[in-house]
Design a binder for this molecule. Structure first.
Ligand SMILES: *[C@@H]1O[C@H](CO)[C@@H](O)[C@H](O)[C@H]1NC(C)=O
Ligand SMILES: *[C@@H]1O[C@H](CO)[C@@H](O)[C@H](O)[C@H]1NC(C)=O
Ligand SMILES: *[C@@H]1O[C@H](CO)[C@@H](O)[C@H](O)[C@H]1NC(C)=O
Length: 332
């Protein structure tokens, strides 16, 4: 059970320790997840991602690219987009056919999944590095270095066999190399340019506290919820005064549908020692003004009382006023 608490917000001026987080490396990659249920049934899912932000998806019914943002085309012309679509259609069709044909030789037992991650990474706005990784049933299977296929240790002899086959596909390797080393870096740079407004936006988090009784009697699990922030790097800590509480536990940073992020940070404390604790949030959108929320029962009781009493008093006043003035209104 979760008891939401009213908050006391204190913004401290001139916090000294803001790490201004500038993203050094950013990657653009295509993600393919292919499920092979049996000899005659395959499902291909395709998407493209700029780090953790999805930019494109693939409509396998119509064989077209879906642009998820106004800037997802970058500066690519209609011809280039049409060419990409054609390339992807051929790729999905041929790969599907090929995998089914080679499945028995490679000892792939239905059902199985193949995941492909192909893309490029930009380092400090200058050099790019490209990559192509393939996983089989969720385990590393093989990758490409320059233009040749290299089996992963986890892939065992099957990966070696798959690479032996793939290394004879000269045209496929050339195309993959071209996509990774030419199309990908160009699209990445032009997406960063076209999507600047969205990608460099700063969205302040909303912060609230809650507590739930712990499994151990006499203890409380305090939670600090930080929601709706962008970009992703953030620092959240439970504090007592200026002292960081090292038992603070940070959850995973989870995505909201609108591209912003959510984080929950908890602290397990003896109930009597909860008073005086605070949750401190540092984020680029806040500049040097960290958000600090204090855990305080006394205060929250007053706030709850106020929250109930103020509307009640207003209601009574309105009713009394209305009795005087409204009684004869509307009656002919
Ligand atoms: C960026 O990439 C370079 C080269 O791979 C690496 O040395 C560096 O640690 C990376 N920086 C970040 C912030 O991930
Ligand atoms: C193949 O798998 C699909 C999806 O699971 C199923 O609907 C279909 O009946 C299967 N076909 C055969 C021949 O097993
Ligand atoms: C598209 O953008 C990329 C990267 O910013 C640039 O190198 C390229 O010249 C641009 N192409 C056109 C046609 O404007």
């Amino acid at each position: 059970m979760l008891f939401l608490q009213f908050l006391f917000v204190d913004v401290v001026l001139g916090g000294s320790i803001t790490e201004n987080v500038v993203q050094e490396n950013i990657s653009l990659y295509l993600m393919q997840i292919s499920s092979y249920a049996n000899q005659s049934w395959t499902q291909n899912l395709g998407s493209a991602w700029l780090d953790q932000l999805q930019t494109h998806s693939w409509d396998s019914e119509s064989g077209t690219i879906i642009f998820l943002h106004a800037w997802s085309r970058g500066n690519f012309s209609n011809e280039e987009v049409t060419d990409m679509q054609l390339l992807l259609r051929v790729h999905f069709a041929e790969l599907t056919l090929d995998v089914h044909q080679q499945a028995s030789q490679l000892q792939f037992k239905y059902p199985f999944d193949i995941q492909v991650r192909l893309g490029c990474e930009l380092h400090s706005r200058e050099t790019t590095k490209s990559f192509l990784h393939v996983a089989f049933n969720g385990l590393n299977f093989l990758s490409f270095q320059h233009k040749s296929c290299v089996p992963s240790p986890e892939g065992e002899t099957r990966a070696q066999k798959a690479c032996d086959i793939l290394n004879t596909y000269e045209a496929t390797k050339e195309i993959a190399y071209y996509v990774m080393n030419d199309i990908c870096p160009r699209l990445l740079l032009s997406l960063l340019e076209a999507g600047k407004m969205d990608l460099q936006r700063q969205v302040r988090p909303e912060v609230w506290l809650s507590s739930s009784p712990n499994l151990e009697p006499g203890r409380l699990l305090l939670a600090c919820h930080v929601s709706g922030f962008y970009p992703k790097p953030i620092w959240v800590m439970w504090m007592r005064g200026a002292q960081e509480q090292l038992e603070t536990k940070q959850g995973d940073i989870l995505p909201h549908a609108d591209g912003t992020w959510y984080l929950r940070v908890t602290l397990n404390v003896v109930a009597e020692e909860a008073a005086g604790l605070s949750c401190r949030v540092r984020h680029s959108s806040l500049r040097d003004q960290d958000i600090i929320l204090y855990w305080g029962h006394g205060l929250s009781v007053i706030l709850i009382a106020l929250a109930v009493i103020v509307p009640l008093v207003l209601l009574i006043v309105l009713v009394l006023l209305c009795k005087k003035r409204c009684t004869y209104q509307g009656i002919p």
